[in-house]
Design a protein around this ligand. Structure first.
Ligand SMILES: [Zn+2]
Length: 490
């Protein structure tokens, strides 16, 4: 059953929820028609140069080719079926079919509550509809596409989500008061370290404080990162528990007009916060954020920092020192030098209140601690864009990020759909020219190979193994229980 929800419909509750994950709906419209194709020589076949079409931009034709040749359907299915993908005695073959998918189509139409029997069914629907965006929703108690049949049949069962990954969404646009290099949806290598901090801090806390193991990190294609926690325990959390976990990460409470943007209560930092501070925040702040975002470069920027120091004398002392024309040591970045001045003055202050003792930490937390979009994490029913989608505005693929190597991730070099199709064209042309013939999947002849490899090695392989182990254990327990029953019957 296909449900169409238009942007301006009254019945927007679910659609608004879906769109709330990412505001690239208008970008779908803006990006359309930006394609330009020119033939380019890529290799020699005999005496003739091979001419291969060069793709640029983003449009429905490119997406059609991407879905036909590059989208990793099998890996996506292997993930979302959680081991229920072949004839294991404990397999629940309805599991994948109860998962909601939503498509955003080229013509601004949203199709919610779609479900697919298996991998082939999913592939056929995606290739047929060629969505500009695919969102993944919850697993429901029955097939979402048939929910209205149940209602009509007067079923007592209420259609409700029963499982959903615990998800986190962080957008760099929520750091605009910290960034000087970019605004809004733009990112560059100077501000991206803020997202590296998010991955480092959250990944460690989710593993060490909550004991989760199966965590997928994905670049959102433009301005942020998504996190999918896929352990069975995480997938079965209720909304209240999801809210509690999200709130565990709420440290930043600021707005542009609010001087104190974090409050770190108690005589010492919570162990999770002190670990974040020692392992990640302080280093990133001093080495990258302070100089990269020029936090103390001029009066306007240093006033934002000084207002977080609860001692008027210290603030004035620093203002006088920094306003004098004396330039700091040649080689040392002016922001780093001024931060050293600030630390020295705060430590020497006669004011010994809690606020004064904490203000250095608080400044670093304000500028670096993850700022989550809490609403996305709190509800089982919230949709989130699928990995390996293509962002319509940038044309970039939403590739997985290896959390162990997140400091090396560069959002400006993530492959675009046109780049991948050009790579594939070149590989095919070279084969035609008799250079090489490889019997591999199309995506393996392009930069998608690395993205899919990260998906497998950092996430999917471990998850699949543990899902099968869980099914095996359930099967053994069932066999043992039935043999005990048999013994009793004798
Ligand atoms: Zn930037």
């Amino acid at each position: 059953m296909v449900e169409r929800v238009r942007k301006d419909d009254e019945d927007m509750v679910d659609a608004a929820e879906m769109v709330g994950t990412d505001d690239d709906r208008h970008e779908v419209r803006e990006a359309r028609g930006a394609v330009d194709r020119i033939p380019t020589a890529v290799g020699a076949a005999g005496d003739h140069l091979l001419l291969v079409e060069q793709y640029r931009g983003f449009d429905a034709d490119l997406m059609r080719m991407y879905y036909a040749r590059l989208f990793p359907y099998q890996e996506m299915y292997k993930w979302l079926s959680y081991g229920h993908d072949r004839k294991h005695p404990q397999s629940d073959m309805s599991f994948f079919a109860r998962r909601e998918f939503s498509f955003t189509l080229d013509n601004d139409i949203y199709i919610r509550y779609q479900s697919f029997k298996n991998c082939n069914d999913m592939e056929a629907a995606i290739r047929d509809k060629c969505p500009f965006k695919i969102d993944i929703g919850a697993v429901f108690n029955f097939d979402p596409s048939k929910r209205q049949l149940y209602h009509r049949a007067g079923s007592e069962k209420t259609f409700a989500p029963v499982e959903r990954e615990l998800v986190f969404d962080v957008d760099i646009s929520d750091y605009d008061d910290v960034r000087v290099c970019c605004k809004g949806a733009d990112v560059c290598n100077r501000c991206w370290p803020l997202m590296t901090v998010v991955i480092r801090v959250l990944d460690t806390a989710l593993r060490e404080d909550f004991g989760f193991m199966h965590i997928l990190w994905v670049y959102s294609g433009r301005r942020g990162v998504h996190c999918w926690v896929c352990d069975p325990r995480a997938r079965r959390l209720g909304n209240d528990q999801r809210s509690a976990i999200a709130e565990y990460f709420r440290v930043y409470k600021g707005s542009e007009n609010n001087a104190v943007k974090v409050a770190l209560p108690g005589p010492s930092l919570h162990p999770s916060l002190s670990r974040a501070y020692e392992q990640v925040l302080e280093r990133f702040f001093i080495e990258l954020i302070l100089p990269g975002q020029e936090l103390l470069a001029d009066k306007e920027s240093w006033e934002k920092v000084l207002c977080m120091i609860p001692d008027n004398d210290v603030r004035n002392q620093l203002r006088i020192r920094w306003s004098s024309r004396r330039q700091p040591n040649g080689d040392v970045d002016v922001n780093v030098q001024r931060w050293k001045d600030l630390e020295k003055c705060v430590k020497a202050s006669k004011v010994k209140t809690h606020g004064m003792r904490r203000c250095l930490d608080e400044i670093i937390f304000v500028y670096t601690y993850p700022r989550l979009d809490f609403e996305v994490s709190k509800s089982m029913n919230h949709l989130l864009k699928a990995p390996f989608c293509v962002h319509p505005k940038t044309g970039r693929v939403c590739v997985p990020i290896d959390p162990q190597a997140c400091e090396d991730f560069d959002p400006t070099t993530v492959p675009t759909v046109s780049q991948l199709l050009n790579e594939l064209n070149t590989a095919c042309a070279e084969e035609t020219a008799g250079k090489t013939v490889e019997s591999v999947k199309d995506f393996e002849r392009t930069s998608m190979r690395e993205a899919v490899e990260i998906f497998r090695s950092t996430f999917l392989d471990g998850l699949y193994k543990s899902c099968r182990a869980e099914l095996d254990a359930a099967h053994i327990a069932k066999v043992q229980a039935s043999s005990e029953l048999l013994k009793l019957a004798w």
